[in-house]
Design a protein. Structure first.
Length: 726
């Protein structure tokens, strides 16, 4: 790496960096000292002499070159310049994320030079000094992460500004009068940045869509989608194309497939599911083993490569599950009808069929296209009754029809045996080092207008685990089948947890009396599972579940197989949900191609598709999380006079975060508004300490709070602190 010159004084240091900035931003243009002084607006003799001296020092150190007498260029190849991404903080500063640096490089506000969050940039990194972390300056914006933003328009006499609620967006956007596009004062709009003049404080943009008034339900949900660049309807031409697809079942197509229509087959899904993309079949074999089929909607039969429908599905990457609606990857004619494995309808499927013994050992396997006819649609609750009671009677309050009925003897027997085998599969996974994250999901009872009437928690039970284990089995075996052939494939990979995050988590959970074993990865897995068991049902469960998940690396799609740490699988892929995930469609296509003897495909092409799919999954997850936060705030607006018991879920220098025990809504009590004492933040104890009482407010403490402010636009919940629960 090329070296910066030694710094002898503050001014010298400052001028050296400014010189480098000017030369770097004009890499092919030579400058003399007069031009540099003019740019820096220096006209005194002392400053001019400092510039001349610094130019000579930089040239002597070979950081810059004297291209002609008295004129200088930045050195053409300099390893002090790096490419990477900007990660903005909420304080108008940023970090530069680059593979070449173990630590993130700090970027002060005045060194951002118009870069925004997640932009791809070229950065000049200053020398590391002893005890100091590296700092950098954005030299060039290589690629904007996004150009469209959501915010509220404030119209002045001859212009307007749009301000976003995104804490990482540090600037408002200037809108000329002729680019309002019909927006009115105070409305939520989508704006597109079109230009950012060098000396302008704010970028220039235009309104491209008006979403509505702040606080209105549809406005806020559409704003969440728009914030992440996610669509909420299909282009007309895509809908028309989908409507023209032949969705009939043809005898000549059935003849090409394994016919499973006479085998007992059924689906188990959530009560409110509209698309059923997986079904299980069950047959007892004469040798005492079982033939178990995992049948997945054959989306790739209808979704042909090179069509506008396929392009749209790829661009979306995934369905988005918001708190009050689903934004599907595929139009309804496919997702809810042609591809959905509805009962008593013949359907094309892609299947993984296994011969399994009583010890849940897979003895034989078969993959290929099939045709099925599902005998029944079950809800998880109905299957759970059979598992718990060993009875076929489904009570009216559980039944999908609202009436009591008896499940068939064949389905009852199949469900009980599948549950038994699933429990063995799950136990084997855990023994191999898999981690069990059964995080509590917050759900809402909504009225006809989408208003929240109540909160409930979704917890996985045996029926959920039954489906999960057989889907995991299919995903694992498909990936293993191709992986062992050493052919390019789409894997779902998950790296080992970050060691630093584990140590940080250890420090936090110790405040609740828990610990994890960090000696090796199997010990980590076992102790994390023990931790999940120990916190189950406790007030701190949701907090510790969240902390544990944050220590994990993010699962993603890749053609480079490194296995799946969380599941303890050497091979893993996504095969079982092609209605809602595009990577599963790619897996189906590749599997069929390889079953027909195809040669290994271009890994680079598929790696790019994997990266896109991972990115779209991340955006969808963020949108889903924002929609839950929005609904929690909406729910709390109607409970402003109530006192709630909460758990301190975070402690910062500006206050405490509190998660309400009864509904998992999280809000902030600001330190300056806690009136029973004067509190200061103690970083070592991760607590606020009362100056007079010496009372600690620390992670996990129970406190009573009331709603102070529930801001739907900013997605922000503030609490009044009432008292600690002693």
């Amino acid at each position: 790496m090329s070296k910066m010159p030694k710094k002898f004084g503050k001014k010298e240091k400052t001028f050296s960096e400014k010189i480098l900035k000017i030369l770097s931003q004009n890499a092919n243009k030579p400058f003399n000292y007069k031009q540099i002084c003019a740019i820096l607006e220096l006209n005194d003799t002392k400053s001019r002499n400092e510039i001349i001296k610094d130019l000579k020092i930089l040239a002597a150190q070979k950081v810059i070159i004297e291209s002609e007498p008295g004129k200088y260029l930045v050195k053409a190849v300099s390893q002090d310049y790096y490419e990477g991404r900007i990660d903005m903080t909420s304080r108008k500063t940023a970090y530069f994320i680059c593979e070449d640096f173990e630590d993130d490089v700090f970027i002060p506000t005045n060194n951002l030079n118009h870069a925004l969050d997640k932009d791809k940039v070229k950065v000049y990194v200053y020398n590391r000094r002893r005890g100091k972390k590296p700092e950098g300056e954005v030299i060039e914006i290589l690629e904007r992460a996004k150009s469209e933003f959501v915010g509220v328009i404030d119209i002045q006499k001859n212009f307007a500004f749009v301000t976003t609620a995104n804490a990482k967006m540090y600037t408002d956007i200037f809108i000329p009068k002729d680019k309002y596009n019909g927006a009115e004062q105070g409305e939520v709009v989508v704006v597109k940045i079109e230009d950012w003049p060098k000396k302008a404080d704010s970028p220039f943009g235009s309104v491209i869509k008006v979403l509505g008034k702040p606080g209105e339900h549809d406005t806020e949900i559409h704003a969440i989608l728009a914030e992440y660049g996610l669509p909420y309807d299909f282009p007309v031409e895509v809908e028309i194309f989908a409507q023209k697809i032949d969705t009939a079942i043809h005898p000549e197509e059935i003849a090409k497939r394994r016919d499973m229509r006479d085998t007992l087959t059924y689906t188990i899904d959530p009560k409110d599911a509209k698309d059923f993309d997986d079904a299980l079949s069950f047959k007892k074999l004469e040798n005492g083993n079982f033939e178990i089929g995992i049948h997945i909607a054959d989306v790739s039969h209808y979704l042909q490569e090179g069509t506008i429908l396929d392009d749209e599905a790829y661009n979306r990457g995934t369905s988005v599950y918001l708190v009050d609606r689903v934004v599907p990857m595929l139009p309804e004619v496919l997702s809810n009808f042609a591809c959905s494995l509805r009962p008593n309808e013949e359907k094309y499927t892609f299947s993984a069929i296994f011969e399994i013994d009583n010890k849940a050992t897979v003895l034989n396997q078969w993959f290929g296209r099939t045709v099925i006819n599902s005998d029944q649609r079950f809800a998880y609750e109905e299957a759970q009754v059979i598992i718990e009671t060993k009875s076929a009677t489904i009570p009216a309050e559980i039944s999908l029809t609202g009436k009591e009925y008896r499940a068939s003897d064949a389905i009852t027997e199949a469900t009980l045996k599948l549950d038994e085998l699933a429990k063995i599969l799950r136990r084997n996974r855990m023994n191999n080092g898999a981690i069990s994250f059964d995080k509590v999901e917050v759900k809402f009872n909504l009225d006809e207008k989408g208003e929240p009437e109540g909160v409930y928690f979704k917890i996985s039970k045996d029926a959920n685990h039954l489906i999960e284990e057989f889907m995991l089995l299919a995903n694992r075996k498909v990936a293993e089948y191709i992986g062992k052939q050493k052919k390019t494939f789409v894997y779902r990979i998950h790296d080992e947890p970050n060691e630093d995050k584990l140590f940080a988590m250890q420090a936090l959970i110790s405040k609740f009396g828990y610990k994890i074993d960090l000696r090796d990865k199997k010990d980590i897995s076992k102790s994390l599972n023990k931790l999940m068991e120990d916190v189950n049902g406790k007030k701190e469960q949701n907090l510790i579940d969240t902390l544990a998940i944050r220590t994990m690396s993010k699962a993603k799609y890749s053609t480079e197989n490194i296995g799946h740490y969380g599941l303890a699988f050497d091979y893993y892929s996504h095969f079982t949900s092609p209605i809602r995930r595009y990577p599963d469609v790619m897996v189906h296509r590749l599997l069929q191609y390889y079953l027909e003897g195809g040669k290994s495909v271009d890994a680079d092409v598929y790696e790019e598709k994997c990266e896109h799919s991972s990115n779209m999954e991340s955006l969808a997850t963020n949108a889903e999380r924002d929609s839950i936060k929005y609904m929690q705030i909406k729910y709390m607006q109607d409970h402003k006079d109530e006192e709630f018991l909460g758990v301190i879920s975070g402690v910062t220098e500006w206050g405490i975060y509190v998660e309400i025990v009864s509904n998992k809504c999280e809000g902030m009590c600001r330190i300056r508004e806690i009136k029973d004492d004067y509190y200061t933040f103690d970083e070592k104890q991760y607590a606020l300490v009362g100056e007079i009482s010496k009372q600690l407010l620390q992670l996990g403490d129970e406190v009573f709070v009331k709603v102070k402010n529930a801001d739907l636009v900013k997605k922000q919940l503030d609490f009044h602190f009432i008292r600690k629960n002693d």
